[in-house]
Design a protein around this ligand. Structure first.
Ligand SMILES: *[C@@H]1O[C@H](CO)[C@@H](O)[C@H](O)[C@H]1NC(C)=O
Ligand SMILES: *[C@@H]1O[C@H](CO)[C@@H](O)[C@H](O)[C@H]1NC(C)=O
Ligand SMILES: *[C@@H]1O[C@H](CO)[C@@H](O)[C@H](O)[C@H]1NC(C)=O
Ligand SMILES: *[C@@H]1O[C@H](CO)[C@@H](O)[C@H](O)[C@H]1NC(C)=O
Length: 283
């Protein structure tokens, strides 16, 4: 098993290295795509403390210069190929950055302890296909945890704690077979914890009052069964009450009487003096 996993990892590593070297041979300045990625990222962020002022883009970025930027790690120091973005606790604000797919070999993304807000993109795995480490903790991200996270095959660490995520934990996260660290503590999640995530400690699920089932102590209410049992009882009670009052007969009699009186007043009325009035109403 270990050998098998190790070989797979080596293959991925090799593939990534091959892509990075071949593209740097073909284009003059490492990866223009990665440079554009960081340009877009800087532009999309509100940076009140000016921590990204060291990110200075020149007309011709030479190989390796973006690797000197604060928080940027490269696969090789002389190649503009971004391996990691470590932007924790910098006071950054904004939505989840778009355009990260331009950092084609990004494997580590740490945005923790900032003021990011809004939902995560549903197709987040298309943007970050090789990600192994994703730390979005301690921000203000909201909305549902995207099921697409389950497509991030290489994910080892997923930290979503201290945000405002709601809805359920998507069952697709069970697909993350390499996950060794996982937390969704302190959000607004609800419903049961998917089976294969129950191996993580309870502390990594706390702070979600409506989350239930193992590993948490709180039991899940079996809502569906409860509904099925209650409905027939309600209907039963209503029918009986109506029967008791004999009001079905009374109501039906009233409707029939009204219709007959309206359309056949000559058969119904005994008082002749009222007839002209009725006919005028019908005409
Ligand atoms: C969250 O981040 C802020 C700084 O942005 C820090 O002051 C605070 O202690 C962090 N909270 C947690 C629970 O990590
Ligand atoms: C996840 O992967 C499956 C299979 O490759 C694909 O059909 C699906 O559209 C993907 N979902 C998202 C949200 O990326
Ligand atoms: C993810 O898991 C679901 C079942 O929970 C499965 O149907 C789907 O094919 C899996 N997707 C991928 C991309 O492995
Ligand atoms: C539990 O969450 C913490 C972060 O709060 C993390 O450091 C740790 O790795 C998680 N444990 C597991 C087993 O996932």
């Amino acid at each position: 098993m270990m050998m098998h996993g190790y070989t797979k990892m080596q293959v991925v590593w090799l593939l990534l290295l091959l892509t990075s070297s071949s593209s740097s041979w073909h284009s003059g300045h490492g990866s223009d795509s990665d440079v554009q990625c960081l340009k877009d990222l800087k532009q999309s962020l509100v940076d009140p403390k000016g921590v990204l002022e060291s990110w200075v883009f020149t007309e011709h970025n030479t190989d390796g210069d973006i690797c000197q930027f604060a928080g940027v790690g490269c696969w090789r120091p002389d190649d503009n190929k971004v391996l990691s973005l470590s932007l924790g606790n910098l006071g950054l604000e904004g939505p989840f950055p778009e355009g990260l797919q331009l950092c084609r070999s990004l494997t580590i993304l740490d945005l923790s302890g900032n003021k990011f807000s809004g939902p995560l993109p549903e197709r987040i795995s298309d943007q970050l296909p090789y990600i192994t480490y994703l730390d979005l903790s301690n921000n203000s991200f909201s909305g549902e945890i995207p099921a697409g996270l389950g497509n991030m095959t290489y994910l080892n660490v997923l930290a979503l704690q201290h945000n405002q995520f709601d809805g359920g934990i998507p069952a697709q996260l069970s697909n993350l077979s390499r996950l060794v660290s996982f937390s969704v503590a302190e959000n607004s999640l609800s419903g049961p914890v998917p089976d294969s995530l129950q191996r993580f400690p309870p502390a990594n699920f706390t702070g979600n009052p409506r989350l239930c089932g193992p590993p948490l102590d709180k039991k899940c209410k079996k809502r569906f069964r409860l509904r099925i049992h209650i409905r027939p009882i309600r209907i039963h009670l209503r029918l009986r009450r109506i029967n008791d009052a004999s009001s079905i007969g009374a109501a039906a009699g009233f409707v029939v009487g009204f219709v007959v009186a309206f359309y056949f007043p000559h058969r119904f009325l005994f008082c002749r003096s009222l007839r002209p009035y009725i006919v005028r109403v019908c005409g």
